[in-house]
Ligand binder design. Sequence first.
Ligand code: NIG
Ligand code: FE
Length: 410
Amino acid sequence: MRTLIFNIKEIVGTYSPDIHLVKGKEMKKLPSVKNAWMLLEGDSIVEIGTGTPPEHADERVDAKQGIVFPTWVDSHTHMVFAGNREGEFVDRINGMSYAEIAQRGGGILNSAEKLRRASENELIEAALHRIQGVIKTGTGVIEIKSGYGLTVDAEMKMLRVANKLKSLQPLPIKTTLLGAHALPLEFKDDKAGYLKLVCEKMIPQAASEGLAEYIDIFCEDGYFDVDDTNRVLDAGVKHGLKPKTHVNQFKSIGGVQASVDHHAISVDHLEELEDEDIDALLGSSTIPVALPLCSLFLSIPYTPARRLIQAGLPIAIASDYNPGSSPSGNMNLAVALACIKMKLNPEEAINAATINGAACLEWSHLYGALSKGRKASFFIANNIPSYSFLPYSFGENHINAVYIHGKKVV
Ligand code: NIG
Ligand code: FE
């Protein structure tokens, strides 16, 4: 089945198939084709051209002078969770801090209590609803982490749910084990015991059952330190899981270096960043990831993206969709905040949310750009004069149609 999308004002992110990541100065360039058409065969792109479109196609779609973008690649989410934490939101409005809420047993532990009680079906229903929401705002690929179970059974339940979601909705998904997200109450005074459980039970089981491809840890004061990080990443790597870590959200304590030492695919958060962290990233293949919705929601600093780009590094942005620090998966807003608050140019922000996001999931040969051979996952934004209008008109949604794997889903 051949589908022709014609009458396109501009197709952006038309990277040639050999480009899989953009960094430093290159991030300011966004390749595009104007006055264009795009021919799809099944789930893939077969040709992009300009001027008169080919005659023969089984289906012809008039883009009505819309701008075509690769769908957003959201490389960091906690989209499987039970219940919400709007009570803590109100507590924070009234002056409590995220750390104080965690100290009184709220935060991640609050979500863990709810998740342990939820059935797989309840978790699936809730996650499907969230996924339907993010598709409408242009997301076409997601990563999902565990981390609200904090027992072997509950962590595996989360990962099973994340894996079942693959066949229940259109988005491709990659999964990450985040057993070391917080110390559960039962191990409050026995961190070594919990780490043993993570390393000797959760990691081997997640790996042998093929439930996760990546290993994550929350390396932060009050959660897990650098030694813990080394230990968990060692165990993960030994079982074939690749590191993607939560580091430098509130403090820079050496998590970046530990992650780089373990050849992490990405280091995520980085709201706090020392020069040594940048030095550690230079010369590595680890991709820094900013989570601007989390910065907005918790009123914490935005990741200093300009410093990273000026150092010649790449940057990706993701939503961090979760009940505590970012109860939104709206990547349009994340892109807008990257421009408004992190001072990225629209080209940089779009690259960060597409090709570089895909690189954080080792999928940029398939997603995050539009070229011959890549998957036909794109959205059409109508009635916008230029691609910069998308982040400029923050909070609005100009997306009229979303295609995943060549099929129209919105
Ligand atoms: O990425 N920082 C650690 N984990 C999540 C938030 C967890 C929560 O508050 O539920 C994050 O921000
Ligand atoms: Fe997170």
